[in-house]
Write a protein that binds this ligand. Structure first.
Ligand code: SAH
Length: 257
């Protein structure tokens, strides 16, 4: 059954935040793919500064913290997620180097050319891939890197059902070659792209039935909570059916303009 609402943007933000607040990740990914993307970044030292934009509860922020000696600032709109990141940093005794701040990716709290690396997993879609690449570039030093994941078509053509769903949910969804061209046009040297493995999605979705059960208990009788879960289930069912047509891709670029 199709859900009543057709895009995630139609739901109350508090509902979405609450749903994802008890998970380690708010999007598909894994420590392994974070490290794989990190392996393409050259020249990081203890003096380097990394921003993790739309960091959520900070799963990948901590991987960056454990595997570099840089200063890392996670930025997210949601204060609850930022508190969780700061607790993780404290628990791992990385609080001097890894910090979360509440902030908006549309108005980032950085100086021009302050950053050596901008990271963003499963989050740039909130501002849009092209706009994010263009607006964030000024915060990078010349030669600094950007590494983001973005929902991407794997094929030139897709079945109508999945085309319709993602076209509505995220009109900027496009093929790898078109995304790479956008990156180049935005002033970056495209350094690498790789597909985020299907397992990251299946792991991400596998935790959800349990989350949905407790969420529905907590919000018993709340119509918009019910509709939100119906939407999540529909997205999951579509993934199972059409996963060969789309998925996340890591895009890594180097500022050259
Ligand atoms: N990087 C994390 C979270 C991805 S979910 C992971 O991969 O697990 C996307 C995140 O973007 C959410 O945490 C959401 O709160 C955040 N977000 C959405 N709009 C934002 C904005 N305008 N500015 C900053 N963060 C935003």
């Amino acid at each position: 059954m199709n859900p009543k609402k057709e895009t995630i943007w139609e739901f109350d933000l508090n509902i979405i935040r609450e749903y994802f607040s008890n998970t380690d990740r708010q999007g598909p990914g894994s420590p392994e793919i974070t490290l794989k993307a990190l392996s393409f970044i050259e020249g990081l030292t203890e003096k380097s500064k990394i921003a993790d934009i739309g960091c959520g509860t900070g799963s990948q922020t901590m991987v960056l913290g454990q595997n570099t000696s840089c200063d890392i600032i996670g930025v997210d709109l949601c204060a609850n997620y930022i508190n969780q990141l700061n607790k993780k940093a404290q628990n791992q005794n990385l609080q001097d180097r890894v910090k979360g701040v509440v902030g908006n990716m549309e108005n980032l709290p950085f100086q021009e050319a302050e950053l050596d690396l901008i990271w963003s997993e499963g989050a740039i879609y909130n501002i849009g891939f092209e706009r994010g690449l263009n607006e964030w570039r000024k915060f990078l030093k010349q030669g600094g890197y950007i590494a983001v994941t973005e929902n991407t078509w794997f094929t030139e053509e897709r079945p109508a059902e999945i085309q319709y769903f993602w076209q509505k949910a995220y009109p900027e969804i496009d093929t790898i070659s078109n995304k790479v061209a956008q990156m180049q046009k935005a002033g970056y040297l495209p350094v690498a792209t790789f597909v985020v493995p299907e397992k990251c999605w299946t792991d991400y979705y596998a935790q959800q039935p349990q989350m949905q059960e407790s969420f529905l208990k907590k919000f018993k009788g709340n119509e918009s909570a019910k509709q939100f879960i119906a939407y999540q289930q529909y997205e999951m069912a579509l993934f199972r059916k059409y996963k060969s047509y789309y998925g996340y891709v890591f895009y890594i670029g180097k500022r050259i303009k």
